[in-house]
Design a protein around this ligand. Structure first.
Ligand code: PDD
Length: 280
């Protein structure tokens, strides 16, 4: 695989970073996952704006944002991507000569890593839905930043995998925040509920698209927290992300939701989302 690392295209076998890179030592960096539909990046400007915001929030001064789109398309060409591309992009504060917690005094170059892989979504999940478990949200208080510091969600997602589930849905003070790498939605009374944008959730691009689709389809939306102890009052649940698109949730812990509901609103949104991506 050909990857991009600090101004060079090179084989992933030859791509090395310093062990003193602050991304390696402190998870001092941010990232984005972006995908293509019809070989064209989907909502690229939204991803770029979110990346710029994440960089700003952690005070990484990176001047190369305008070249990223070109680099991604070069990587797609160089890797001869046949289907669609899933792009992973990470920028860290860079490497220094010694390990110190605070920012380096003199200016250092951020480390930029971009990879693309040939991507075929697991379409089955979109129709069949997925199982989830509830886990305590052990993350920090700036989940709005797409930081590479992901240990709490790695552990929660591992618990999900061990329980035969695809996603862990996170609960903070009795309120659902989001999934480990997805936004979470519930439906009742023909109204879609999702946690409001705040420092407790990542403002997902797919979530943004879903909210736009709700507006177009005249589906009511309430950006309000879903309470863990009131989940049984809702009759549809779904998660969203760049890779999961709109995926129905059919089980939460031992509670099997399938059979209770037709998932009508979820299906309506999936159809509209599909149409949007077909025309990307
Ligand atoms: N995850 N919430 C969290 C915590 C996420 O990490 C993600 C994205 C989302 C959904 O965001 P979007 O719709 O922009 O993909 C919500 C990516 C896919 C990842 O971790 O690779």
């Amino acid at each position: 695989m050909i990857v991009y690392l600090n101004n060079s295209y090179l084989s992933s076998d030859d791509a090395f970073i310093s062990p003193l890179d602050r991304g390696f030592l402190f998870a001092d960096g941010v990232y984005e996952s972006i995908r293509t539909y019809n070989k064209k990046l989907f909502r690229y400007n939204d991803h770029l704006e979110r990346l710029k915001r994440s960089l700003r929030e952690i005070e990484i001064d990176f001047e190369g944002c305008d070249s990223i789109e070109y680099i991604i398309y070069e990587l797609i060409k160089k890797n001869k991507v046949k289907n669609e591309a899933l792009v992973y992009l990470q920028i860290t504060r860079g490497s220094t000569s010694t390990r110190t917690h605070c920012f380096p005094e003199s200016k250092i170059n951020p480390t930029v890593f971009i990879s693309v892989k040939d991507y075929k979504p697991i379409k089955n999940e979109f129709y069949k839905g997925i199982k989830t478990i509830l886990e305590e949200d052990l993350r920090w208080l700036r989940c709005d930043i797409k930081s590479t510091s992901l240990l709490p969600v790695v552990l929660a997602n591992q618990k999900a995998a061990e329980a035969g589930a695809e996603e862990a849905v996170l609960v903070r003070n009795g309120l659902i925040t989001e999934g480990t790498h997805t936004n979470f939605f519930a439906v009742k009374d023909e109204t879609v509920f999702t946690a409001p944008a705040s420092n407790f959730v990542l403002d997902g691009i797919t979530k943004k698209v879903v909210l736009e689709l709700c507006k177009q389809l005249k589906i009511k939306v309430r950006e309000e927290h879903i309470r863990k102890d009131e989940m049984k009052n809702y009759n549809e649940f779904f998660i969203t992300s760049t890779t999961k698109e709109i995926t129905p949730v059919i089980q939460i812990d031992d509670w099997k939701i399938k059979g209770r509901t037709e998932g009508a609103i979820t299906k309506k949104l999936q159809v509209a989302f599909n149409e949007l991506t077909i025309n990307n």
